[in-house]
Design a protein around this ligand. Structure first.
Ligand code: PRP
Length: 202
């Protein structure tokens, strides 16, 4: 049996992880569930009864997409894509690149999107680099419509002018983990969205 002990500080790839009791809940599981249900209702209403393909971005959006699609009352299928990013190490060490980074597609969709109603699903909109890349990529598939749903938006971090059609929560510039979001691959399984103090700007 795999046991994960969060009470002792751990290291992953040389990164010191925070004990569970040092995490501060920013958005509780109840708040998330309630807002995700509202988003699902809104996407349903905007879909006017037409089928929708959700496209989630691995890995962070996996849990959000799983919950969102179950709140939607419209014929839906879903896909996952993955991106790889290269560039200068980001100061917050969250990912191995910053606004000078290059984004590349690592896994494409498995079905044609041409003429379909597509909703791109992201866990967080931060600098906007990833979303800018992905919107351009998906528009190249010539979907009938392309909408973007993000659970979290951090507008203060934006490097490129881009926004989402559906935003769950607008949050300050704090490093968040949980509900799919990680630090060095840890914490994705937390049901709440929490602030990781050692990484957040002071
Ligand atoms: C996160 C998130 C977005 C991206 C947003 O992915 O899922 O894809 O960052 O950041 P940006 O607006 O600055 O481009 P991450 O690189 O953390 O990978 P993960 O989803 O596998 O955790």
């Amino acid at each position: 049996m795999l046991r994960i002990h969060f009470n002792a500080p751990t290291r992953s790839k040389g990164v010191r992880c925070c004990p569970m009791n040092a995490l501060r809940v920013l958005l509780s599981r109840e708040q998330i569930a309630s807002r995700v249900a509202e988003m699902g209702k809104q996407i349903t209403a905007d879909s006017s009864g037409e089928s929708v393909i959700l496209v989630g971005v691995l890995k962070g959006a996996a849990i959000f997409l799983s919950d969102l699609v179950r709140t939607m009352n419209v014929d839906s299928t879903f896909e996952f894509i993955a991106v790889a990013s290269y560039g200068t190490p980001a100061p917050d060490n969250r990912r191995a690149w910053d606004s000078t980074g290059v984004v590349r597609l690592a896994k494409d969709v498995d079905q044609p999107l041409r003429g379909k109603n597509v909703v791109l699903v992201e866990d967080i909109l931060d600098t906007g680099l990833t979303l800018t890349f992905l919107k351009r990529l998906l528009l190249g598939h010539e979907p009938k419509t392309l909408r973007v749903a993000v659970l979290l938006d951090k507008p203060s971090r934006r490097k490129l002018a881009i926004s989402a059609d559906y935003v769950g929560f607008t949050i300050p510039d704090e490093f968040v983990v949980g509900y799919g979001m990680d630090y060095a691959e840890r914490y994705r399984n937390l049901p709440d969205i929490c602030v990781l103090p050692e990484v957040s700007p002071s």
